[in-house]
Design a protein around this ligand. Structure first.
Ligand code: NAP
Length: 326
């Protein structure tokens, strides 16, 4: 039996799984993260921690939690956890890959289509009573998607799922960047690995699917936007700080790129000043990438299964640092 802290609301099923395994669970059933001081106090006796991407789990938290053995993040991205520091202290860390891949790719593609065909603007237009006559070239002219070039920045699990939708459903040519060559995706979809500048120059739609790391922080700045086509669309379902949002606003205002769809934000949930007031070809969503009921429940189940395995002395299926710990 271990002491487990669940930092935020995850629904009853995950809590029940942990209690059925006879662990002592402290469940903070709230929908906002704790402040750092509160988290440090709450984690004091914890051996297991279930946390969300809005919980910052850093060395100060580890200092406050001498008995901590394992952290199960309920997300695939883990930029909120100092994994290196956890490893140095022998603490296992896990994430929830795969179960959210298709839902997140669906969302990325929904954003791509909605942006290209200007659906949020169309909806607002109708509700404002502005539709008075059919026009051959109406104010809300969009972009073709079929047969265009899709650039995937980070051809991992979600990047490949977005690419599949583009290539197989919309006849798109796929370019990508990644650290390594993705032979399976190249064979399946005819995708081509290119340099980042080549991807920027050639793509009509650019989908960001890299993790947030020191290398990808502010990967997209005014300099990057200037390398893109003026007709290009940018879709970000990865992490907000990959885009310098002040620069994005400048690029949109100046027509450097055609449009952008953002699911994640630089100072989430805060909005960069000016972003909410800018309406033309800028689509905003409140971090809904994996947000379907089915997928969110699978994420919780996956995180809890990882934690149960780790606390039982097994290697959790989605451990991020198990090899470094042995
Ligand atoms: P993944 O399978 O690890 O894919 C990430 C890919 O990025 C890998 O293929 C990696 O290449 C590539 N990469 C890493 N650094 C790079 C760099 N500097 N330049 C170019 N490529 C780079 O991860 P995933 O499961 O697809 O998830 C991707 C990210 O999506 C997560 O980290 C998370 O932040 C975000 N996400 C957001 C939501 C949402 O709700 N909006 C939902 C789920 C995930 P190699 O494979 O060659 O190393």
């Amino acid at each position: 039996m271990a002491n487990i802290l669940i930092t935020q609301h995850i629904g009853g099923a995950g809590v029940q799984m942990l209690r059925e395994a006879r662990h002592h669970v402290t469940y903070r059933d709230k929908t906002e993260p704790m402040g750092q001081a509160e988290l440090q106090t709450a984690v004091r006796h914890a051996e297991g921690l279930v946390c969300l991407l809005t919980d910052r789990v850093d060395t100060a938290v580890f200092d406050a939690a001498p008995q901590l053995k394992m952290i199960a993040n309920v997300a695939v991205g883990y930029d909120n956890i100092d994994v290196r520091a956890a490893t140095a202290r022998g603490i296992l860390v896990s994430n929830t890959p795969d179960v959210l891949t298709e839902a997140t790719a669906d969302h990325a593609f929904a954003l791509l289509l909605a942006l290209a065909r200007r659906l949020p603007e169309a909806d607002a237009y109708m509700r404002a009573g502005k539709y008075e006559k059919f026009e051959m070239f109406p104010p809300l002219l969009g972009l073709d998607v079929y047969g265009k070039t899709l650039g995937i920045v980070g051809m991992g699990r979600i990047g490949a799922a977005v690419a599949r939708r583009g290539a197989l459903g919309f006849g798109m040519k796929v370019l990508y960047t990644a650290n390594s060559v993705k032979t399976a995706v190249e064979q399946e979809l005819g995708a081509q690995k290119v340099t980042f500048p080549q991807l920027l120059h050639q793509s009509d739609f650019v989908s960001i699917n890299v993790p947030l790391t020191p290398e990808t922080y502010h990967l997209f700045t005014l300099d990057t936007f200037r390398q893109m086509k003026p007709t290009a669309c940018l879709i970000n379902t990865a992490r907000g700080p990959i885009i310098k949002e002040d620069d994005l606003l400048v690029a949109l205002r100046q027509g450097t790129i055609w449009g952008a769809a953002l699911d994640v934000f630089e100072a989430e949930p805060e909005m960069t000043p000016g972003l909410a007031d800018y309406h033309d070809r800028l689509l905003l969503a409140p971090h809904l990438g994996s947000a379907t009921g089915e997928t969110r429940r699978k994420m919780v189940e996956t995180a809890v299964s990882n934690l149960l395995a780790g606390l039982a002395g097994q290697t959790p299926p989605n451990a991020l640092n198990a090899e470094q710990l042995v």
